[in-house]
Write a protein of this length. Structure first.
Length: 548
């Protein structure tokens, strides 16, 4: 089942598709695809593409294909293939029967390459790769032709067939398109279509020892699947002439490539290479570390997929690169969790409270599970003559405009009643170790300016909490190429603590999300065990993002 689309903002791709539908360019059909390379884990940047590709198909009653662009067996693995499928499903999208591998089309790609050779539009070249730059030249000056450019079609076809048969070692020969060595676009100066690579393929096995280049394979994949709108990020804009050349000269379905700006987030790195470095150097705890922008990390942190979909819609689709404040993502997470997460109480830095008027104290009180959702109901919270509150909610000598608990002052206890401080206990060093007070029920005529949370001393349970913060200290950790991005790592991005929690939280299962009242939003980690949950802080309560 596909996820419901968030509220829509008009953007140029929506306009293009609407115009194509109006003119009947593709017979009213909209077929898109999400084509990840299975050489790594998906991150929040991929989520933008996933939401766009599947979203445009959903809006237009079309279909979106999930295709593994597995043309490079050296870096690809079934582990990545499986994780990609899981991430797309987690985001709320389903490709139905349309799951494909680029490698499924290797035979058609080979035959089309043979057709280009017969048409005199491709040739086998033996110029070593490190020397080709001297032939390719620079954009302002024409390159020079390969000495093998004018071989006959018959000779080229024979060499290409022998390449496939495995007669030549890696790097000995390549198949090049014969286009224009004077083109100002270097990608059109006889680009490589095939290279020799004696490496088994994780999906195709050991059938092939030549593999197509991405720029050749991708338009063929799109055309064979009759993709109408092939959306990709801006760095592929300069590759579009080659995309169109392949489709035209192989006489294929006229898929259209459309480029949009990729997602860049503050306090984050998106490069696969840099994320891999963080993992391999054990600077984070694996690909699903909640500090990483990977979808696995966001899921483990407790981020709802609906929040990511809303974020991707709010970021919008443009043709220009920009940097998005991560605070917008955090805002979308809070907005979703505020509506959906049940409330609970936990204390991170406990201070004991002793209630002196114990007559008539309730044994338990009822708490509202979510004020935004009446259907969420209520829960029972044990109460008693001793409680724990946050230490920061008490000041023996309060500063000006301090409205929380202090000697002679009162506060509202969340879900319970009122507490008035009547005394303080100290240790020999003069530190406050307990607060004494009197309790009054909810209907008592007590006026207060603050509400604080608490847990019952006799029933509170210790739980492990992991307080995550941003992984980097600066907004653009990889902006300066002369500075190692790792030097900007935030040493305080993870703080381990033990909280005292109300007993209902012991029933939390991995993935369950909560608002710890007045503290933040938390999710139970996969490390949780029955009656021993571990909670990751998803996001704090404070929202620093404001709409423009």
């Amino acid at each position: 089942m596909n996820a419901p689309a968030p509220e829509k903002n008009m953007h140029f791709i929506r306009e293009i598709i609407a115009e194509d539908n109006r003119t009947g360019k593709y017979g009213g059909q909209v077929v898109t695809r999400f084509p990840p390379e299975p050489n790594g884990y998906l991150h929040i940047g991929h989520a933008k593409a996933i939401c766009l590709d599947f979203g445009m198909a959903l809006e237009n009653n079309g279909e979106c294909h999930l295709r593994m662009d597995d043309t490079n067996p050296v870096k690809e693995d079934v582990e990545y293939t499986d994780s990609i499928q899981a991430d797309v499903r987690w985001l709320g999208f389903d490709w139905g029967p349309h799951y494909y591998h680029a490698s499924d089309y290797f035979e058609q790609m080979y035959e089309l390459a043979c057709g280009l050779i017969r048409d005199g539009k491709a040739y086998v070249c033996e110029v070593p790769g490190d020397e080709w730059k001297h032939y390719r030249g620079i954009p302002t000056e024409p390159g020079k032709a390969s000495p093998f450019r004018n071989r006959s079609a018959a000779e080229n076809l024979d060499l290409f067939q022998r390449m496939r048969a495995g007669e030549f070692p890696d790097g000995a020969k390549v198949l090049r398109a014969k286009i224009d060595m004077a083109s100002p676009n270097l990608h059109m100066r006889d680009p490589v279509l095939y290279r020799i690579l004696h490496t088994p393929h994780p999906h195709a096995g050991d059938k092939w020892c030549i593999y197509p280049m991405y720029d050749y394979a991708h338009p063929i994949e799109d055309a064979l699947e009759k993709i109408t709108h092939s959306m990709c990020t801006l760095e592929f804009e300069v590759h579009r002439p080659l995309y169109d050349w392949v489709i035209q000269n192989c006489r294929l379905f006229p898929s259209r490539q459309i480029e949009f700006a990729r997602l860049e987030l503050t306090y984050t790195v998106m490069s696969k290479r840099k994320l891999l470095e963080l993992v391999q150097r054990k600077l984070v705890k694996g690909w699903d570390d909640p500090r990483l922008p990977t979808l696995g990390g966001l899921r483990r942190r407790g981020v709802p997929p609906a929040a990511i979909r809303q974020f991707c819609e709010r970021v919008g689709i443009t043709k220009y690169d920009s940097l998005t404040d991560v605070a917008l993502l955090e805002h979308c997470i809070r907005d979703e969790l505020n509506r959906t997460a049940p409330r609970a109480m936990a204390v991170l830095n406990p201070l004991r409270v002793v209630i002196e008027n114990t007559d008539g104290l309730p044994a338990a009180v009822r708490g509202v599970n979510n004020p935004e959702d009446p259907a969420a109901g209520t829960r029972e919270i044990p109460f008693g003559p001793e409680l724990f509150i946050e230490r920061e909610d008490f000041a023996e000598t309060p500063p000006p405009k301090y409205f929380r608990l202090s000697p002679g002052k009162s506060v509202r206890l969340r879900n319970a009643g009122f507490l008035t401080c009547t005394g303080v206990d100290h240790d020999p060093a003069g530190n406050v170790v307990a607060v004494r007070g009197t309790f009054a029920p909810m209907d008592a005529p007590v006026k207060v300016k603050a509400t604080i949370h608490w847990v019952p001393a006799h029933a509170a349970k210790p739980v492990e909490v992991r307080l995550y913060d941003r992984l980097f200290k600066v907004p653009e950790p990889d902006a300066d190429k002369d500075v190692d991005f790792k030097s900007h790592l935030n040493p305080d991005s993870l703080h381990m603590a033990t909280a005292l929690a109300e007993p209902s939280l012991l029933d939390a299962r991995p993935g369950d999300r909560f608002q710890f009242e007045r503290i933040g939003y938390f999710a139970a980690d996969p490390d949780s065990r029955p009656s021993a949950p571990v909670f990751n802080r998803t996001v704090t309560l404070k929202d620093s993002w404001k709409p423009a």
